[in-house]
Design a protein around this ligand. Structure first.
Ligand code: 5AD
Ligand code: SF4
Length: 435
């Protein structure tokens, strides 16, 4: 039976959120309707993440929970990076899966759903040369802050990472396609666009780089803010750094993962930068845009990491004074070089290091937030807060700001930042900005 309603659950990174939105638009274009919250759907798409073991295992425990009390189940599509990594093997792990569709093949989801409705069990983990984006309907809905994938895949092969295997080789979408999608998003009400890519600053088209793309997007009326994530230090060009000082709509925020502060570990990770070259890049970024909020990613417990290596990581956190940062325990991923390295670190040591690192990061995060108290700034309202009359928006530095206002999502409002916690800031309303 052909499903009438669907539900898409996305896990993991922002690109999965974007892919989830696109799959939803594809299914809607076929006449299917999104199931309401709490409502049973005929088709469930699990858009999965494979980056760490815990995320990957979650896919299977979620599938188990889809069996209904009466013994029936919805049509189940395993999408995303677990689907890509495991392919047909996934169905050997769970017979409940009807469709396996990788991140480069989801433009075929509607026809695969039709096949599955006729009792087939389609699997597609191809990475075709033609772009899936060409097969996608025009964008008609947008969030105040909308994601836009401009680049996918990675050629860097950090030794711990599955991305080069699950998302494939680096590929950039053409300039004109991105501009037309950005215009459609702006027409549908987006005030901010977040450019996405596993290595977004490696985006290139003919002789253009990400800085050129950002400058072009900045000319779109109604679009007020531009961000991009995630970047690699090796692709942090002088042009991109200069754009941070010159393009007003480019927000003062940069997520630039370093992973470790130890050069020995960075070499073993195949990161192609040292602690020193990374810091030198940030120095340049800070001279182009002195107020920039810096963010990063860290892995603790990479094979062979000693106490001394870990101290170097704490040191680089102190040196950079991150406005925010994400940190993870190393997770061995099948097929990656690091998974078979000697001297894997015991779990207790990883847990202890992660806790110490997160405490240190939190200190800097709080200090950064406190440094903004008293500052007048503009926030983009994204959603309602928990308290009546309270709305939540983002500052230019990506802080969550709570403010009492009758402004709606998508409005820009001017506030004074009045009190800071580690994860959010209170703002006092000054005025709403005319659209
Ligand atoms: N184990 C732990 N963390 C990982 N990351 C990527 N691969 C692994 C892994 N095998 C982290 C990196 C990356 C972020 C998206 O996830 O810090 O920047
Ligand atoms: Fe993974 Fe390294 Fe590529 Fe980032 S740069 S996606 S960590 S291989």
């Amino acid at each position: 039976m052909t499903p009438k309603t669907f539900k898409i659950k996305s896990f993991g990174c922002q690109m999965n959120v974007y892919d989830g939105e696109r799959m939803s638009e594809l299914l809607a274009a076929q006449g299917m309707a999104a199931a309401a919250d709490g409502e049973d759907a005929d088709l469930v798409v699990l858009n999965t993440c494979h980056i760490r073991e815990k995320a990957a295992e979650k896919a299977y425990s979620d599938i188990g929970r889809l069996r209904r009390d009466d013994g029936t189940k919805p049509l189940i599509a395993l999408a995303g990076c677990v689907a890509q990594a495991e392919g047909a093997e996934a169905r050997r792990r769970s017979q409940m899966i009807d469709i396996v569709v990788g991140p480069q093949a989801y433009h075929r989801l509607p026809e695969m759903v039709a096949e599955a409705s006729r009792g087939a069990r389609p699997v597609d983990t191809d990475m075709p040369a033609i772009s899936k984006f060409d097969a996608m309907p025009q964008r008609r809905r947008a969030n105040p802050s909308s994601f836009l994938t401009v680049q996918e895949g990675c050629d860097k092969f950090c030794t711990y990472c599955v991305v080069p295997y699950t998302r494939g080789a680096e590929i950039s979408r053409p300039f004109d396609d991105i501009l037309s999608e950005a215009n459609a998003l702006a027409d549908a009400g987006a005030r901010e666009i977040v450019l996405l890519g596993q290595n977004v600053n490696a985006w290139s088209h003919e002789d253009l780089g990400l800085a050129d793309l950002i400058r072009a997007l900045a000319t779109i009326d109604g679009l007020e803010r531009i961000r991009y994530t995630t970047s690699h230090p090796a692709d942090m060009t002088d042009e991109l750094i200069a754009a941070h000082g010159e393009v007003d709509k480019l927000m003062p925020y940069l997520h630039l993962p370093v992973q470790s502060g130890s050069n020995r570990i960075l070499r073993a990770m195949n990161r192609s930068h040292s602690a020193e070259t990374y810091l030198a890049i940030l120095e340049k970024v800070r001279s182009a845009r002195p107020d920039i909020a810096l963010s990063g990613d860290f892995i603790v417990g990479f094979p062979g990491e000693t106490d001394e290596d870990f101290e170097a990581t704490l040191n680089i956190v102190d040196e950079v004074r991150y406005a925010s940062a994400y940190s993870f325990k190393y997770s061995a991923r099948p097929g990656t070089p690091a998974a078979v390295m000697e001297d894997q670190i015991p779990r207790e040591i990883m847990e202890d290091r992660l806790q110490r690192l997160q405490e240190r990061i939190n200190l800097h995060q709080l200090a950064f937030n406190r440094s903004k108290v008293g500052v007048d700034t503009r926030i983009l309202i994204e959603r309602a807060g928990k308290l009546p009359g309270q709305m939540i928006g983002r500052s230019p530095w990506l802080q969550s700001v709570h403010v009492e206002t009758d402004a709606r999502p998508g409005d820009l409002v001017d506030v004074t930042l009045v009190a800071a916690g580690p994860n959010s800031i209170a703002g006092a309303l000054r005025q709403k900005v005319a659209a």
